[in-house]
Design a protein around this ligand. Structure first.
Ligand SMILES: C[C@H](O)[C@H](O)[C@H]1CNC2=NC(N)=NC(=O)C2=N1
Length: 98
């Protein structure tokens, strides 16, 4: 059973993600980021790649796409908060968005 990050883990793991544009979601234990791409096709291509990784990890984002913008929220439903899986998927998404 995946556990929520401890306070110490948050202090260690969240700052690097803040550097790349992630932030705490309002009113819930989750992290969020908005990606802007050059066009819809690039946005959808990102989502396609990320979806395959999410499925491989069995850890899925909450996300929406409007034209070239993709809004992502990550949290672990089974843990009712942010876990290491969210950190891992956030880093992978950042790599895929390069
Ligand atoms: C049954 C299935 O393994 C679980 O529901 C997985 C699927 N993907 C998931 N994704 C996320 N974000 N959180 C979860 O707790 C989760 N659990």
């Amino acid at each position: 059973m995946t556990k929520k990050l401890t306070d110490d883990q948050r202090a260690e793991m969240l700052p690097p993600l803040k550097e790349t544009g992630w932030s705490k979601a309002d009113g819930r234990d989750a992290i969020k980021k908005t990606y802007e791409f050059r066009n819809f096709v690039e946005a959808f291509g990102f989502m396609s790649k990320a979806a395959l990784w999410a499925e491989k990890m069995n850890h899925h984002p909450e996300w929406s796409n409007v034209y070239k913008t993709v809004e992502v929220t990550l949290t672990t439903h089974d843990a009712d908060g942010v876990s290491e899986l969210d950190i891992k998927l956030a880093k992978k998404m950042d790599a895929l968005a390069q």
